[in-house]
Design a protein around this ligand. Structure first.
Ligand code: S3P
Length: 427
């Protein structure tokens, strides 16, 4: 489906974005692994989280919507069937985390996904899990589908080549099933939702700068169930932050949004570029939450590299878009991970933004953007990637001529209500 976006005269209003996708995946998975009944509230939407729910159902957990916005989950104590076919859809988080969580369960589990997921690298989890004694068979090129044959696991001390919360979580979830302490190290911290939630649920987690340790044990599987209210997704809110900064006038307020420090890179980058942002924390536990208010701002170029990259990894396409309107040359580097997301985001962004009139050069590990350049409009490809679809939609809101996004449907992977929220703020 194609969708066309046209310039707005301003953006104003208050919105609540869907529940944080990363936290929702983990909340649903962990609830399904307890021995009790859990209640998860928040506006859970998007096909990715549905993929996790479907897989956990195939593994024996029961899910019911007991009230609008309230999901009740009856856990399995992580007693799973001896065989299961698990369709992870478009969701790398579902596939990578489940691979670790199933590595020590008795049985044979086949994990598959759509065309985009079938192209994503899985050796990054298969290798450390293999060191723990897991049997994870990948398809040619280390890609999905995967077959996990549960085995006895031993702890490992592993340094991940790329900072990745998915790799870290797979290893920690396998570590829960190994006797002793499993340690995962990374050069720059990735989002810590897994270790936060596991510690909150009574698992033995130790944290030091650059490393997380987990002691194997049954705490999660014996847990009687929990209640958790999910914050809004900062990665979805980020579309409105950038749209509001670039809009000619107005003010957008996003309430109840997650402010986990492993995710707030986009706020730091926009502030460094001169954006007028107000961040009001409202709650802390187990995940920080708050309100963010954004107003139109004049931006200057910045350099994005190192530790901030994993903390803004899903928002770097929006940084690139903002940079097209910033004075000077913005450099994004250390971001080769963007090439192995739902699509090659460096290539798709560079081509799309150039089509719209921006001055963008792609590099193996990032982008160089010269601004400010007025965007002229045109037709761009979402390339089956939800974040590309919505980044180009935001580009349409500030382009001279309309922007048509081909393959708009991809947006429903994380933010099916994007167009409704756009109506709310665009008037
Ligand atoms: C996620 C981690 C990130 C992110 C993805 C969600 C998670 O991937 O890009 O959208 O929920 O753990 P990596 O950890 O592989 O960078």
């Amino acid at each position: 489906m194609d969708k066309t976006f046209s310039a707005v005269t301003g953006l104003a209003g208050t919105i609540r974005v869907p529940a944080d996708k990363s936290i929702a995946h983990r909340a649903l998975m962990f609830a399904a692994m307890t021995s009790g009944t859990s209640r998860i509230t928040g506006s859970i939407s998007g096909e990715d989280v549905h993929s996790t729910k479907r897989c956990m159902q195939a593994l024996g957990a029961e899910f019911s919507e007991t009230a609008p916005g309230e999901l009740t989950v009856v856990g399995t104590g992580w007693e799973v069937p001896e065989e299961a076919d698990l369709d992870c859809g478009n969701s790398g988080t579902t596939m990578r985390l489940l691979t670790g969580a199933l590595a020590g369960r008795r049985g044979t589990f086949r994990l598959s996904g759509d065309a985009s997921l079938s192209n994503r690298p899985m050796l990054r989890v298969a290798v450390p899990l293999g060191l723990m004694g897991a049997v994870v068979e990948t398809s040619p090129g280390g890609r999905p589908p995967l077959t996990v044959r549960g085995s006895v696991l031993v702890p490992v001390d592993y340094t991940s080549a790329v900072p990745s919360a998915q790799v870290k979580s797979a290893v920690l979830l396998a570590g829960l099933q190994a006797e002793g302490v499993t340690t995962l190290r990374e050069a720059h911290a990735s989002r810590d939702h897994t270790e936060r939630l596991l510690a909150w649920l009574g698992c033995r987690i130790t944290r030091r700068p650059g490393e997380v340790g987990i002691t194997g044990g049954p705490e999660l599987y014996r847990h009687p169930g929990f209640e958790l209210d999910l914050p809004g997704d900062l990665s979805s809110a980020a579309f409105w932050f950038v749209a509001a900064v670039l809009a000619p006038e107005g003010e957008v307020k996003v309430e109840g949004v997650g402010l986990n420090p492993g995710r707030t890179g986009i706020l730091k980058i926009l502030q460094a570029m001169g954006a007028d942002l107000q961040i009001i924390p409202t709650a802390q536990h187990p995940e920080p939450v708050g309100t963010v208010i954004v107003r139109p701002s004049r931006l200057t170029a910045t350099e994005v590299a190192g530790a901030v990259v994993p903390a803004a990894v899903d928002e770097l396409p929006l940084v690139a878009l903002a940079a097209t309107q910033a004075e000077g040359i913005t450099v994004i580097r250390d971001a080769a991970e963007l090439r192995v997301k739902e699509t090659d985001r460096i290539a798709v962004l560079a081509e799309g933004l150039r089509t719209l009139g921006a001055k963008v050069e792609d590099r193996p590990d990032g982008l160089i953007i010269e601004g400010p350049t007025p965007l002229t409009g045109g037709t761009v490809q979402a390339a089956g990637d939800h974040r590309m679809a919505m980044t180009f939609a935001v580009a349409g809101l500030i382009s001279r001529e309309p922007v048509t996004v081909q393959g708009w449907d991809a947006a429903s992977v994380s933010y099916p209500g994007f167009l409704d929220d756009l109506k709310k703020v665009a008037g």
